[in-house]
Write a protein that binds this ligand. Structure first.
Ligand SMILES: CC(C)(COP(=O)(O)OP(=O)(O)OC[C@H]1O[C@@H](n2cnc3c(N)ncnc32)[C@H](O)[C@@H]1OP(=O)(O)O)[C@@H](O)C(=O)NCCC(=O)NCCSC(=O)CCCCCCCCCCCCCCC(=O)O
Ligand SMILES: Cc1cc2nc3c(=O)[nH]c(=O)nc-3n(C[C@H](O)[C@H](O)[C@H](O)COP(=O)(O)OP(=O)(O)OC[C@H]3O[C@@H](n4cnc5c(N)ncnc54)[C@H](O)[C@@H]3O)c2cc1C
Length: 632
């Protein structure tokens, strides 16, 4: 599924990219190693004439265990999206050649979600033609930005623009943090690392205090708004245009989520094919645990999610490219649509994979708790995806806000955006397409069920909001009263998007691939659809997209499809074409020698490098020999 990386052999021939050693690394070593890796990939890019796409795939092959993540994923894209042509000409070549190292400093100790409430100020001083940047109190210090702690020489700082006594809202400013001579913080800047995290510890997420730091007026990134020498504020685009970098990163998170769940499902499925435990027949040979229906029930959702997210990322990438091209030409017509879609899908994708990865970990039994299994490590690395780039609840609510606008348009007989075109249908004329058991095997029927459920969830919360407003509640309490239903409506829309992308992509592939392959993909798509209905059955029933009889058929078909997927499960994860060095798991190796690799990993354990541990001489010797213990 991943475009085969023709240079994989070159990459993994280097000891630097052989990951087995990372487990015993300290934070400093992880940090240094990550930087070393990115610089070496850059050298390889030059040595072998790799394209930017090759470079990006190399980073994915290394599971993003590289340095300068925010420099590459936010700092450079922010310059591209928020700077004028002159500013781009000045900063992009420096950033692209790593002569300046950047971060995106938006979140503060006191606020991450509510951007309007950010406290950092950039006050224009017309006497010197400068902005004065200030974090006025403890809660205003920047807190979290990746690479800020120890690496970044520059930051794009998001701050409230103040001219005279007037606040013109959040705007981006290029601020130099450290000397390019000796890397020391510049005057007025206090900067450091925020401390160890649950995962992603190669990254130096940092804090930043700005004490009246002066930057030239030209350092305000001025593609969307600028300040003239005489202190006039000129806005050339919507104030939301400065949020453009976040939209891109939300798209990247869908891909990140896809990559991690592919790893998880691959490890769980390969290991479950190797692992034998018990038997259903007395005295019979022990079964591969993958043959237990319960094991399939635990793991196949992650297999199906891997493919669903792959197709959804591809579809969203196309939508994004169209929107981005328009936006860069100054046409913001698609801004609301792409923001609404990507905020919901970022949340849905990250929710889905963090849940399923834990299922993958559990399916590996005790060995899943070993670092060498890598599933747990992957989960820890993936957990922040539900928070970064907008907490998921808040992102669902952004998506819901978009859906409410769309349904209002539909009800008023106006045109709606293509991804919400289903809202134009007559919701009352729906009849469930599944009228007998065998109808459940038609993915297009399931798609109709998903559509009705999403439509109904959105219509229902829109009605309830209307009712609350008409009963005298003010706007904000009416909204607060319906937040849970709004999130549910957004989830229903996102789940429909995944199902739709899956069904449409498989139909498109059917035209070009063999019937054997097509039928395997159709089966997986069908399973994805059935499983989604069963896990949210309450909502599907409540929306009357299905009745109890349909649920019974769908449940039965879901179980049947587990058995149908089983013979192809290993091939379906092999098809991800992931190198052992990418997956890094002792349990999920291509050769299936899970036990041998686990033992090798144990032998490499630093604790095993001496037979007798230092603690023996300190405590154990006297204890074992019955000697009185020294005062401890
Ligand atoms: C959207 C908000 C929640 C609210 O914003 P406002 O207060 O301005 O909204 P309003 O309610 O007034 O208006 C809503 C209005 O605006 C439109 N809108 C909102 N956002 C956008 C947008 N992006 N584009 C277009 N339009 C937008 C919306 O549609 C409404 O329009 P209408 O009025 O017409 O209806 C906002 O405050 C918000 O977005 N908050 C979230 C903040 C956020 O996302 N911060 C991100 C900080 S950077 C970050 O987190 C970086 C993460 C690292 C990413 C690396 C890749 C992931 C890897 C993670 C895994 C390992 C980690 C390794 C890296 C590391 O450690 O760093
Ligand atoms: C690993 C990692 C890397 C990061 N990298 C960066 C970076 O490079 N640059 C950067 O600027 N930031 C970065 N961040 C910060 C990140 O963007 C924020 O943490 C994120 O946007 C969430 O904001 P918050 O922490 O303020 O959460 P909060 O908003 O405080 O959320 C706390 C709780 O309140 C709820 N809540 C908040 N507002 C609402 C609302 N309006 N309605 C309903 N519920 C609400 C949330 O759902 C959540 O349950 C990073 C964070 C992490 C964990």
């Amino acid at each position: 599924m991943q475009k085969t990386f023709k240079n994989e052999k070159i990459l993994f021939a280097e000891p630097l990219f052989q990951c087995d050693g990372l487990a015993g690394f300290t934070r400093s070593e992880l940090y240094e190693n990550a930087i070393h890796r990115t610089l070496r990939i850059n050298q390889l890019k030059k040595e072998h004439n790799w394209t930017q796409e090759d470079f990006d795939i190399a980073i994915r092959c290394l599971n993003y265990e590289v340095g300068f993540v925010i420099h590459l994923s936010m700092f450079i894209p922010a310059i591209e999206r928020l700077a004028t042509d002159d500013q781009k000409a000045k900063w992009l070549p420096l950033a692209e050649s790593y002569r300046i190292l950047g971060t995106y400093a938006q979140t503060e100790l006191g606020h991450g979600t509510n951007l309007m409430a950010l406290e950092t100020t950039a006050t224009f001083d017309p006497r010197t033609d400068e902005f004065v940047l200030r974090t006025p109190q403890l809660s205003s210090m920047k807190w979290w930005p990746g690479s800020l702690g120890k690496t970044a020489t520059h930051a794009i700082v998001l701050a409230q623009l103040i001219i005279g006594n007037k606040n013109y809202g959040m705007n981006p400013f290029m601020v130099q943090l450290r000397s390019l001579e000796d890397h020391m913080p510049l005057p007025g800047i206090i900067v450091g690392d925020i401390g160890a995290k649950l995962g992603a510890n190669s990254n130096d997420n940092g804090f930043l205090i700005l004490n009246d730091v002066r930057i030239p007026r030209e350092n305000m990134l001025a593609r969307n708004s600028k300040v003239t020498k005489d202190g006039r504020y000129i806005q050339t685009s919507t104030n939301k245009a400065n949020y453009a970098t976040m939209v891109l990163v939300r798209l990247s998170i869908i891909r990140w989520a896809e990559d991690t769940i592919k790893n998880g499902s691959l490890i769980a499925i390969r290991y479950s094919a190797v692992r034998r435990q018990s038997s259903l027949q007395a005295g019979g040979p022990e079964m591969q645990v993958l043959d237990y229906q319960t094991q399939q029930y635990k793991i196949f959702p992650s297999l199906a999610a891997s493919y669903a997210l792959f197709f959804t990322y591809e579809a969203m990438m196309k939508e994004y490219e169209i929107a981005y091209a328009q936006i860069m030409r100054g046409n913001n017509q698609l801004l609301g649509q792409i923001h609404g879609q990507l905020s919901g899908l970022k949340a849905f994708a990250s929710d889905l994979v963090t849940y399923e990865l834990e299922m993958c970990r559990r399916s590996c039994g005790g060995h899943g708790y070993l670092k060498a299994s890598v599933v747990g490590e992957t989960l820890l690395h993936t957990l922040p995806l539900v928070t970064v780039e907008g907490d998921n609840t808040v992102m669902y609510l952004q998506c819901a806000r978009y859906l409410l606008k769309q349904i209002a348009k539909a009800l008023a007989g106006q045109d709606v955006d293509e991804p919400t075109s289903y809202l134009k249908k007559d919701i009352l004329s729906y009849t469930c397409p599944v009228q007998k058991g065998e109808h459940c095997t038609n993915p297009n029927y399931l798609l109709k069920i998903y559509t009705q459920r999403a439509h109904s969830a959105i219509a229902s919360v829109a009605r309830q909001l209307q009712f609350d407003l008409e009963s005298g509640k003010d706007q904000s309490s009416a909204f607060n009263n319906n937040l849970v239903s709004l999130v549910q409506a957004a989830k229903a829309h996102c789940q429909l998007c995944l199902m739709k992308n899956f069904v449409e992509s498989v139909s498109a592939l059917e035209r070009t691939c063999s019937e054997n392959l097509a039928s395997v993909l159709r089966q997986l798509c069908l399973y994805f659809g059935l499983h989604g209905i069963v896990t949210a059955s309450g909502e599907f029933l409540e929306s009357e997209a299905i009745g109890l009889q349909q649920l019974e058929w769908i449940k039965a078909e879901e179980l049947k499809s587990l058995a149908a997927i089983r013979p192809n499960a290993v091939a379906l994860v092999d098809a991800f074409d992931l190198h052992d060095q990418t997956v890094m798991s002792a349990l999920g190796r291509y050769d299936g020698n899970a036990y041998q690799h686990l033992f090798e990993a144990a032998k490499r354990e630093p604790m095993n490098q001496t037979q007798v541990p230092p603690a023996y001489y300190k405590y154990l010797r006297d204890l074992i020999k019955g000697q009185p213990l020294a005062k401890l």
